[in-house]
Write a protein that binds this ligand. Structure first.
Ligand SMILES: C[S@@+](CC[C@H](N)C(=O)[O-])C[C@H]1O[C@@H](n2cnc3c(N)ncnc32)[C@H](O)[C@@H]1O
Length: 219
C-alpha cells in the first residue's frame, strides 16, 4: 500500500478496512443524533444539487463507504459506480444495495482507475478532511475533475469556517492538532484550472461543522 494510494492515517484506514470499524461507521448513522442530523442535511443539499444537474447515465461515488448515499444517488442515474479503498466497506455496501444498476470496485480516490471524462458526475463525501497534506487534498479534487464529464459534488473542511477558526485558536493556545482544511478560493482555483466553475458552495452547518458541500459544473 503506497502513501499515494492510502494516505489516511494508518490506524484510521485499518479501522475502515476492518469489519468492526465499517459496521461501527454504519451504526453511527443509525444511532447517533449528530450523525443523523448531518446525514439529513447532506441529503437535502445533495437532492438540490442533483436536481440542478438532472438525471444522468453514470455517477461515481468515491469513497462510497457502506453506501450511505447509494439509494439517493441510484435514483439519479442509470449506473452508479460505488468505489472505496476499503474492501469491507464495498462488500457491506454490495450486501445492502445489490447489483441492480450498480457496479462496485476497490479504488483509490487519489489515482482513480478511470479514463478522463468517463462518468457524468463524480461525488466525494467526507474524504478530503481525512487526507493529511494539502498536496493530497488538491490531488483528490483534480482526480474528481479529471474523470467527471459534467459535474462534481464534493465536500471539504473549510479553512475559513468558524469551527476551523476556533480550532486554530486552540492550536496556538494548547498545541492541538490542525484540521485538514482547504481554502474555498483555492478549491475554486483548482476547479477553474480543470475547466469547472463553482455553481454552489454550502456549509453543512454554520456552527458546529466546518464541512462545505460544493457543486461544480464543466464550463
Ligand atoms: C468518513 S468515510 C465516508 C464514506 C462515505 N462517503 C460517506 O459519506 O458515508 C471515509 C471513507 O473513505 C475511504 N477512504 C480512505 N482513504 C481512501 C482513498 N485514498 N481512496 C478511496 N477511499 C478512501 C474509507 O475506507 C472510508 O470508507
Amino acid at each position: 500500500m503506497t502513501d499515494l494510494q492510502a494516505p489516511m492515517q494508518r490506524s484510521k484506514l485499518q479501522n475502515y478496512n476492518s469489519p468492526r470499524g465499517a459496521e461501527a461507521y454504519k451504526a453511527d448513522y443509525r444511532d447517533k443524533l449528530h450523525r443523523r442530523l448531518s446525514d439529513k442535511r447532506e441529503r437535502a443539499l445533495l437532492v438540490r444539487f442533483l436536481a440542478e444537474i438532472g438525471p444522468v447515465e453514470t455517477i461515481l461515488d468515491l469513497p462510497c463507504g457502506h453506501g450511505r448515499l447509494s439509494d439517493l444517488l441510484g435514483r439519479h442515474c442509470r449506473t452508479l459506480v460505488e468505489a472505496d479503498w476499503s474492501f469491507t466497506m464495498v462488500s457491506l455496501n454490495r450486501g445492502d444495495h445489490g447489483d441492480r444498476g450498480r457496479r462496485y470496485c476497490r479504488a483509490s480516490a487519489l489515482e482513480i482507475p478511470l479514463p478522463d471524462r468517463s462518468v457524468d458526475v463524480a461525488v466525494s463525501f467526507r474524504l478530503s478532511h481525512h487526507l493529511e497534506s494539502q498536496q493530497l487534498r488538491e490531488r483528490h479534487l483534480q482526480e474528481l475533475f479529471r474523470v467527471a464529464r459534467t459535474a462534481v459534488v464534493v465536500t471539504w473542511f473549510s479553512a475559513t469556517s468558524l469551527k476551523n477558526l476556533l480550532r486554530e485558536l486552540r492550536v496556538r493556545l494548547f498545541g492541538k492538532a490542525r484540521k485538514n482544511v482547504l481554502r474555498n478560493d483555492r478549491v475554486r482555483e483548482i476547479a477553474a484550472a480543470c475547466g469547472f466553475a463553482q455553481r454552489r458552495a454550502q456549509p453543512l452547518f454554520r456552527v458546529g461543522s466546518g464541512h462545505v458541500l460544493g457543486l461544480f459544473v464543466r464550463r
